[in-house]
Ligand binder design. Structure first.
Ligand code: FAD
Length: 488
């Protein structure tokens, strides 16, 4: 089949029978037709259609090595510098579509699957079947153009307890309860899966560091399951798609959902790792999956920062505040942030090396820097939008008002130095939806926690960084300048 159209995505989703809870309602059919999911599924359908549009298809697809069909660029196994650039161009094309606000476009996890599939021997060291499973699964997702999401972290019950914590004798985190000739059975929950109800497939992959002890073994696994597997339930947060007067929330509300496994049976061909804490802990790093995922994420956050810079610029021009010095200090910070992201991306690609499995892999230091730095910085930019926009972020009549009886007042009193009343309202509504709305709040939380807890990531970064040469240089300098003691 290869790259799907939007209609093909919608038709497949409508034919599935998931178990989704939202606002007290149980939804088991026609997900795209449900009001809570209609907006976001339409958006995802537009992304699929872009794979066929003449102006974007070259960036978003390449020819499948097996079927000869066009398939998504994010599945391309990079061997050359041109391949890496094409992958980035594909990421950027989708990211620009949502001003970088969609976090689960298919290319994110396609990149992970691409890298994992090439590390077939790494999986095979645990069990030869697992190596074959991951390769075949990647090929299936690529050829059927399936939309995947992932769920990683255990429920937030007691973060001071380990993986196997129990409440009233029940283990509540997703764990393997049995195995048989056909596969494994999983019970418990994982905390969150963004786009779970609108995806085709759920990747239940590792994240928490496990101990190599028998008690942690049932929590050590990696597998994939279709989103309407019997026993799988998604419990959604309240939707924040309040309609098209919300330029971002009305299009890009990637619903988040708790994932419950009520004795879900996972066939062996969907199991990639089992009961092996050491391999589970090294899943992303040993396979380079984390690098290729981060390549996509940094491309997306670059697209987002470029858009925020554009928005800040339009805003300051609109109401004539660009000459004020504190505004300039903030805009300069946005400019340098964009510049640093450009530099980190380019450096990662320029210094790419071939990994153990023959995959040209971007350099990790620049990407790891970006993923440790940007999440902590992101909150500055919504703050700037709020500071610049001030009361303009509340003087926001709707499209109905613009075309209704308030139209003349809006035209007179909401015009700005560079814009008509209607144009200014639309611009400020966008700024509000990225800085002060429910959608904006979720975006800020999302960016902060995108790669995990930044606090624990700092500890991991320190542990993984060789600082010895720098220590030695300073010690040597101190030795050099220390005068030998003068003895009488
Ligand atoms: C909008 C959004 C979408 C998400 N989508 C997904 C998704 O699709 N799939 C998925 O798997 N996950 C998803 N996540 C979850 C994300 O991976 C987590 O938020 C992140 O890993 C942090 O874990 P946590 O939320 O459980 O925080 P916790 O680990 O519960 O941390 C809560 C607080 O306690 C502190 N803390 C906890 N434990 C420690 C410790 N040991 N040492 C120091 N401090 C500690 C943290 O610093 C933090 O301040 C999403 C999160 C958000 C906000």
């Amino acid at each position: 089949m290869g790259a799907r159209t939007g209609q093909q995505y919608l038709d497949r989703l409508a034919a599935t029978r998931p178990h989704v809870e939202i606002n007290g309602e149980t939804v088991t059919e026609n997900i795209p037709g449900h009001p809570a999911f209609a907006g976001i599924t339409r958006t995802y359908a537009e992304l699929f259609d872009m794979q066929h549009a003449p102006e974007t298809r070259d960036a978003l697809t390449y020819t499948s090595p097996t079927s000869g069909d066009p398939v998504g660029t994010s599945f391309l196994v990079p061997r050359t510098a041109e391949d890496l650039l094409l992958r980035r161009e594909g990421f950027k094309t989708w990211a620009d579509f949502s001003l970088g606000t969609l976090g689960r476009t298919g290319d994110y996890l396609n990149s992970s699957l691409m890298a994992l599939s090439q590390a077939e021997p790494w999986f095979a060291q645990a069990d030869p079947r697992f190596g074959e499973n991951i390769r075949r699964y990647y090929e299936k997702v690529r050829e059927e153009d399936l939309l995947t999401t992932h769920t990683l972290i255990p429920p937030q019950i007691n973060r001071s307890a380990g993986a196997g914590q129990e409440v009233d004798g029940r283990a509540l985190s997703a764990h393997v309860v049995s195995e048989d000739d056909n596969g494994i059975v999983v019970r418990g929950a994982r905390m969150l899966a963004t786009i779970g109800p609108i995806a085709d497939e759920l990747l239940v992959f590792p994240s928490t560091v496990l101990r190599n002890v028998p008690e942690d073994a049932p929590y050590a696994f990696a597998f994939a399951i279709n989103c309407d597997a019997p026993g799988l339930r998604f419990i959604c947060r309240e939707g924040i798609d309040y309609g098209r007067d919300h330029p971002l929330g009305g299009r890009f509300d990637e619903i988040d959902a708790v994932v419950v496994f009520d004795d879900v049976h996972v066939p062996w061909e969907r199991v990639f790792l089992l009961r092996n804490p050491d391999l589970t802990n090294a899943f992303y790093s040993d396979t380079s999956a984390v690098v290729h995922m981060t390549h996509q994420v940094v491309t997306r956050t670059t697209a987002k920062m470029e858009s925020i810079l554009g928005l800040l610029t339009l805003l300051t021009e609109a109401i004539g505040i660009e000459k004020f010095q504190h505004i300039q200090v903030d805009i300069a910070e946005a400019i340098t942030t964009v510049g640093i992201l450009h530099g980190l991306l380019r450096a990662a690609e320029a210094d790419a090396t071939v990994n153990d499995y023959g995959v040209l892999t971007p350099a990790w230091e620049p990407l790891n820097t970006a993923r440790n730095w940007f999440p902590k910085l992101y909150g500055r930019f919504p703050e700037m939008l709020r500071k610049f926009g001030a009361s303009g972020l509340m003087a926001l009549p709707t499209e109905g008002d613009i075309t209704g009886s308030a139209g003349q007042d809006i035209s007179d009193y909401l015009q700005s130095a560079t814009l008509t009343g209607a144009e200014r309202v639309r611009l400020f509504r966008l700024a509000w939806d990225l800085s002060a709305s429910a959608f904006a709040g979720r975006q800020t939380l999302y960016e902060y926690y995108f790669f995990g807890d930044p606090v624990r990531m700092s500890g991991a970064l320190i542990g993984a960084t060789d600082r010895e040469p720098y220590r030695e240089r300073v010690s040597a300098f101190l030795d050099r300048i220390t005068e030998p003691a003068v003895t009488a």
